[in-house]
Design a protein around this ligand. Structure first.
Ligand SMILES: [Zn+2]
Length: 357
């Protein structure tokens, strides 16, 4: 029967021989000793299994309820990735066929699909508009499986969607659908017609201003000062929305200039397009950008969800190659904390085995 004394004996029986190889250090280390050292060093210093091979493009897929939601939440981020040769796809879960004061149905859906394709052409991304009806989206199993398929086919490193707290039911259910896909993308027995991913991607939420049950938390903030005009050009392609439907909903249709060039300049001054930095994002920006954060005016912010991969700071900097490489926050970095964590696990594993063997 195992008791404290026998556990100590087992511990000593395993531990003391293991230390023997170190008695003549540094002049002679036996083969078992070398193996033990190699294991310890590997556990502490080898980087975590990389999510993707070095120099491979980052693959990002963003979901929105309507064919302009991704553009508003992550248009600047997409333009930055595309300019560096990375791969971005926007997916609208509905066809947008309810978003207009005088058009509707198939005619509006066709117009909005064409607007989305124009966005894709302007910045060099893919844009897919699914056939679900606008204003009638539900978090069904069928749509969830469509989302799982999209993420797998894109081999996504990063998946972006809205939080499931929003004024619009389509936005809410898009948040639920992406959230519900966030583990299933790695389960091979689900959606068997599309191979499962081997690693769960990082899942992010777009920023929003809703506060119940809790406010958005900015984990990653990306400056879009350098692509701000590209983001305006993306929104400008959605003529039916930014020059017709949305001004109509707030009684400002008469204020929209008729000339296409003038109305684009007008759009660039509207709060919906400006993407101003919010005060509550400043802490995250200073960690990522250091002193440069003070100069940033336009930005997009994202919250890392709890259901996807939880990246270290090191991995965030690899997946978001936009932050100053010379800057590191003074807090313990992800790389160092990862290594400390691996050392702790290794120690527990080694000595735990000795105690119970
Ligand atoms: Zn929307």
């Amino acid at each position: 029967m195992e008791n404290a004394a026998s556990r100590r004996y087992v511990f000593a029986r395993g531990y003391i021989p293991m230390l023997k190889p170190f008695r003549r250090l540094p002049f002679a280390i036996s083969v078992p000793g070398r193996m033990w050292c190699a294991c310890l060093l590997a556990a502490v210093w080898l980087p975590a299994l990389p999510a993707r091979a070095q120099n491979e493009p980052v693959r990002v897929i963003a979901f929105g309820a309507h064919p302009d939601d991704c553009d508003l939440g992550a248009g600047g981020l997409a333009a930055k990735y595309a300019a560096l040769g990375h791969k971005v796809k926007f997916v609208s879960l509905t066809n947008g066929d309810a978003g207009h004061q005088s058009l509707g149905g198939g005619q509006l859906a066709m117009r909005r699909r064409a607007e989305a394709q124009e966005v894709a052409r302007r910045i060099g991304i893919e844009y897919e508009v699914l056939g679900n009806d606008d204003g009638r989206l539900l978090p069904t199993l069928e749509v969830r499986e469509e989302v799982i398929r999209e993420i797998r086919q894109w081999k996504a490193d990063i998946v972006i969607g809205p939080r499931p707290n929003d004024y619009h039911p389509d936005h809410r259910y898009t948040g639920v659908l992406v959230q519900d896909a966030s583990y299933m993308v790695i389960v091979p027995n689900i959606v068997t017609d599309t191979p499962a991913l081997r690693r769960n991607p990082m899942f992010l939420y777009y920023s929003d201003r809703f506060t119940r049950p809790q406010a958005f938390r900015a984990d990653i903030v990306v400056s879009i000062d350098d692509v701000y005009q590209k983001k305006v050009a993306m929104l400008d392609a959605h003529v039916s929305q930014f020059y017709e439907w949305l001004p109509w909903t707030v009684g400002q249709l008469d204020e929209v200039p008729k000339d296409p060039a003038v109305r684009k300049s007008w759009l660039a001054t509207r709060p919906i397009a400006i993407s101003n930095v919010r005060p509550e994002w400043r802490d995250a920006m200073e960690k990522l950008y250091g002193p440069e954060a003070q100069r940033i005016q336009h930005a997009e912010a994202f919250e890392i969800t709890e259901y996807g991969r939880r990246p270290s700071e090191e991995e965030i900097r690899k997946l978001f190659p936009f932050f100053p490489t010379k800057w590191r926050s003074r807090e313990p970095t992800g790389a160092i904390s990862d290594r400390l964590h691996r050392l702790t696990c290794f120690s527990k594993l080694t000595f735990g085995c000795l105690l119970t063997s």
